[in-house]
Design a binder for this molecule. Sequence first.
Ligand SMILES: [Zn+2]
Length: 419
Amino acid sequence: MVALGVAAVGHGETKVTGGRFWHGPDKTRMVFDISAVTTFQAFVLMSPDRFVIDIDNTILDGGLPEPKGDTSPVTGVRTGQPESGVLRVVLDLKRPVKYQVFVLEPNSPYPYRLVVDLFEADQSVVKPMPELTTREDDYLVIIDPGHGGEDPGAIGKKGTLEKTVALGIARRLKRIINHDGRMRAQLTRNGDYYVTLRGRVRLAMSLKADAFISIHADAARRRSARGSSIYVLSQRGASSEMGKWLAKRENAADLAGGVDIGEQDPGLQKALLDMGIDWKIKESKILAARILGELKKAGQVHSKKVEEAGFAVLKSVDIPAVLVETGFITNANEEKALTTALHQERIAGVIFRGLDLYCDQDPRCPPVNQKRSLYEVRQGDSLSLIAVRVGSTVEKIRALNNLPSDVLRIGQKLRIPSS
Ligand SMILES: [Zn+2]
């Protein structure tokens, strides 16, 4: 099969100025930055397996990346010039792939991008994303680290990326929830690749999840803006200018992260219109209020009330859903804090406690099944991490347990102060 691509043709020569690989569980994506749109032909060859794209009227004006990820089908990248003015890029493959090629419009700070998605031809190679086995009666929480891959989200002055912070906090939250055992948690992405907003929602729906928490970090032109905020879906428009602006930015993730035409589905929401949206909004507000309460106890909040805005990712799920802006990546102090293990763990702990309080009043949620006052030390724990996670201090935990030092051993039981 040969794919022919046409978009508006630019004047003069198109330049490929760079490229990136992103490797996710269901596809490997290669992105070329291009100075103007042009025509191309893509095809695959066998024995050995290769993917070839000929880009017309184009020269290479920058380096192309090496493939990454052991499980990626791509082993090498080569370029050539089969005829004058044509840039050929060959991807050497370990195994056959199916492919899709499309052009993304410029979306600040990105120029035009030519996107190549490679899917496994043999689906048995694809590992199912839900690595966690859940039982029918589990209370399943979907944790959604915002952005990823081609979409960095907000960017701090020191170069901190929202996608990295969000994944860090989300992984910690998942670990806390699953270790505690009352609820179960699953991530919508567990690496640096983009999952479409629709893909995130689809995961929650297919797993019949009970709650959805999207993790983000905020951005503002005003560098002094700081603190965390929590949002639920609004049916009437945003509760503040900030929320309106934020929802616009977050909803644009697909433009940055890359969704081809085939994946867009304006009809997705239809099914939800009459599916108890009032219940969902009411429950989302309660969940948000519980988390906000814990955020207030733990530190600076940007907004003292639960905010509302039209987030696409919240709109499409039929379960209680909130979006946490964990701090301002555009604030120098918060940017620094958001990159640290201690602060990420603190925020994850705060969200967990809010979620747990919500769980207490949700008849769908099981009771606490272990003694929370006694904690068993795990791999990777430290006294300071445990302290921030449970909202206490190293001194209090040391005193309560008569600890002579900060040294812990795996399996050690610690008494945890009640908060
Ligand atoms: Zn975001």
